[in-house]
Design a protein around this ligand. Structure first.
Ligand code: SF4
Ligand code: SF4
Ligand code: SF4
Length: 304
């Protein structure tokens, strides 16, 4: 049987998504019976773009190199996957969307104490674009696998699906749907700006006065943070209702839900989320899904 050829590329991100592929461990070895990696920068030195059935792209577009590489991937791969939250929504590097190119270059290469340069990119580095762009703003994308990085379970599931195997239906629900904690209505809860003590077991973190983004985040991780007592930071990107409904937004949905559960003033929560917009919107800030929402004023909230 002909093996399915897979080609991968990394653009502006942190390489963590590629490391997540290697994290498949023995599952990766099993897959190698059916697939052949013709290009995978984390494991092999292939500078060209060989033809492939499946293309997997990590990272967002930030430079001329990123854009050209993405176009090459689209040209050479039958099916193209936006792999990870940077590829799907701009991800953490999307914070750069808040600033123009020159102010970023000046900050790094001129104003930083250790910089002894003139605010220009080092020689030979690819030209930066004005902003950060998720992949589907430039080419057609066939599948999205969000996550920062994607969870090995979903990577294996996606590859098996592409190989034609029968796999369980993939959840379109939120992180809350797989969280072991229960929402409980309480009174007199104090608003906590971040978790200061160990949380009570089994009780939703919102009910305890701490902002958790599980209810506005797509489940692509089996709730690994809240199930271990850590708030969900939204790294798998927005939930389906936020993606599909222009009038729904992270700030208002979280503030309303938390206020109903705790009695804390909804306005106080909303104002805190606005003040910390760089944190609470950090994974999808450069995606039009978020910044084009009529009630979202990210640039204003972030003070730019
Ligand atoms: S999605 Fe996360 S892990 Fe993947 S490249 Fe972006 S920052 Fe790194
Ligand atoms: S908001 Fe967070 S803690 Fe509460 S149920 Fe959802 S994921 Fe769990
Ligand atoms: S719980 Fe939230 S922050 Fe943690 S891995 Fe899942 S989506 Fe990411």
């Amino acid at each position: 049987m002909m093996k399915t050829r897979i080609s991968t590329e990394w653009l502006s991100g942190c390489s963590g998504c590629h490391v997540a592929v290697v994290d498949l461990h023995e599952k990766l070895l099993n897959l190698l019976d059916d697939v052949e990696f013709v290009r995978i920068p984390v494991l092999m030195d292939e500078k060209g773009y060989p033809e492939a059935e499946v293309g997997i792209v990590e990272g967002a577009i930030r430079s001329e190199h990123d854009r050209k590489a993405l176009l090459k991937m689209r040209e050479t791969c039958k099916t193209l996957i936006a792999f990870g939250t940077c590829a799907a929504y701009g991800g953490p590097s999307g914070i750069g969307w808040l600033y123009d190119k020159d102010s970023i270059l000046n900050k790094i290469y001129k104003e930083t104490v250790t910089a002894a340069d003139d605010g220009k990119l080092p020689e030979g580095a690819p030209e930066l674009e004005q902003s950060v762009t998720p992949l589907n703003e430039v080419v057609d994308i066939d599948f999205f696998i969000p996550g920062c990085p994607p969870h090995p379970y979903y990577i294996a599931l996606a590859i098996k699906t592409l190989l034609g195997a029968s796999v369980p239906a993939i959840s379109m629900k939120t992180v809350c749907s797989v969280c072991n904690r229960q929402m409980e209505k309480r009174e007199g809860v104090k608003f906590q700006r971040g978790m200061s003590t160990a949380p009570e077991e089994d009780i939703c973190l919102l009910s305890q006065g701490v902002i958790c983004l599980g209810s506005v985040t797509l489940d692509r991780c089996q709730a690994q943070c809240p199930n271990k007592g850590i708030t969900c930071a939204g790294c798998a990107g927005p939930s389906m209702d936020i993606i599909t409904e222009p009038h729904l937004d992270i700030r208002t949905m979280i503030a309303r839900r938390m206020s109903l559960l705790t009695g804390i003033d909804q306005k106080e929560i909303q104002e805190y989320i606005e003040k910390e917009a760089k944190t609470f919107y950090s994974y999808a800030i450069s995606s039009p899904i978020i910044y084009k929402k009529p009630m979202v004023e990210i640039r204003e909230w972030a003070g730019n």
